[in-house]
Unconditional design. Structure first.
Length: 283
C-alpha cells in the first residue's frame, strides 16, 4: 500500500501510476484528511488491502504534499550510522541521541525551499511513520506499531544548530521546509527487508550520500523500543532515523547548499523527493 497526500486529500497510489481518492472510494467511511488514517489504522489498512484499482485517475508528482502533514510528535536521531559518527569525529553513542524537528518544518516531496543562511546542509533519512499507539514496546514487536516508511531530509542550518552557549539542534533543523518527506508512505509488507534499505541523495546530479539502513547503530525496532520506554508513541508520529556519511559539514573543505542547487533524495522501494533551494533571509 502506498499512501499519499494528493492535492490535500488522502489517496492511495496504484502500480499503474494512478491515484484513488480514499473518501470517494470508501463512500465516506474514511475522510479526505491525509492525517486521518493513523487514528484508525487497523480499520483503514484492512479496507485498503481489499481495494481494487479500478477507477484510479492520473496525477502529477508536483501535486503530492507531505504524506503526514500534522504529526503530534517528530523525533530525530543523531549519529545513528557509524560512518557518519566517524566523519563528525565523535564516539559511537551508547544511547540514541534524540532531538525533535518541529512539525511546522514539514513540507512535501517536491518544491522550493528557502535557505536560512550560508551553512545549510543535507541529511537523507529513512522516516518511520507510527500507526498504533505504543508505550514500552519491545524491539521484537516494534514493526507491529509501524504504519510504514517514507523518504526524508533532515535539512540543517549548521550555524543555528551549533550556536552557543548550547547547541540548538531542534531550532537549527526546523526552518520552514527543512523537513521534506514523501513521496508516499509505503507499508512494511511492500518491502522485502525493511531493516536493509538503500538510501542516498545527490546535489545537482552529483551523488553525495549513499548507505544502507542495515548499517544503523540502532535499528528501527531498537529505536522504537528505546523511545517508547520513555514516551508514548502516537499514531501519525514520525521518527527521522539518522543519516549516513557524506553530509556537507563533514567534507574538507565543508560544502553547503547554495541558491539554485537541486537536492534529490531516495530510499529503495519507497521513492524519490526533489527540492530546489532559493535565497532566503539569514537567521
Amino acid at each position: 500500500m502506498r499512501i499519499a497526500n494528493l492535492r490535500g486529500r488522502l489517496s492511495l497510489l496504484t502500480e499503474g501510476d494512478g491515484a484513488i481518492d480514499v473518501a470517494g472510494a470508501s463512500g465516506g467511511r474514511f475522510g479526505p484528511d491525509p492525517q486521518s488514517p493513523f487514528g484508525q489504522w487497523d480499520e483503514f489498512a484492512a479496507w485498503a488491502s481489499q481495494l481494487h484499482e479500478a477507477g484510479a485517475t492520473p496525477y502529477r508528482p508536483e501535486e503530492l504534499g507531505p504524506p503526514v502533514p500534522r504529526p503530534d510528535q517528530v523525533f530525530a536521531i543523531a549519529l545513528n550510522y557509524r560512518d557518519h559518527a566517524d566523519e563528525a569525529r565523535l564516539e559511537l553513542p551508547a544511547e540514541p541521541p534524540t532531538f525533535t524537528k518541529f512539525p511546522s518544518c514539514l513540507t512535501g516531496p517536491n518544491g522550493a525551499v528557502a535557505l536560512s543562511g550560508e551553512a545549510v546542509d543535507w541529511e537523507v533519512e529513512l522516516v518511520v511513520v507510527i500507526g498504533r499507539e505504543g508505550h514500552r514496546v519491545s524491539a521484537a514487536d516494534a514493526w507491529s506499531v509501524v504504519a510504514g516508511v517514507t523518504v526524508g531530509q533532515d535539512i540543517s542550518d549548521r550555524v543555528v544548530q551549533m550556536r552557543p552557549p548550547a547547541p540548538q539542534f531542534s531550532l537549527g533543523k526546523s526552518f520552514p521546509g527543512y523537513g521534506p518527506i514523501g513521496p508516499v508512505i509505503v507499508t512494511v509488507d511492500e518491502l522485502d527487508d525493511p531493516d536493509d534499505l538503500e538510501l542516498g541523495c545527490s546535489v545537482n546530479g552529483e551523488e553525495v550520500q549513499k548507505g544502507r539502513t542495515s548499517d544503523m547503530i540502532f535499528s528501527v525496532p531498537e529505536l522504537i523500543a528505546r523511545l517508547s520506554s520513555v514516551v508514548t508513541l502516537r499514531p501519525g508520529d514520525l521518527i527521522f532515523t539518522g543519516t549516513p556519511s557524506g553530509v556537507g559539514a563533514g567534507r574538507t573543505p565543508p560544502r553547503f547548499l547554495r541558491p539554485g542547487d537541486v537536492l534529490t533524495s531516495y530510499v529503495q522501494g519507497v521513492g524519490e523527493i526533489r527540492h530546489v533551494f532559493e535565497p532566503g533571509s539569514a537567521a
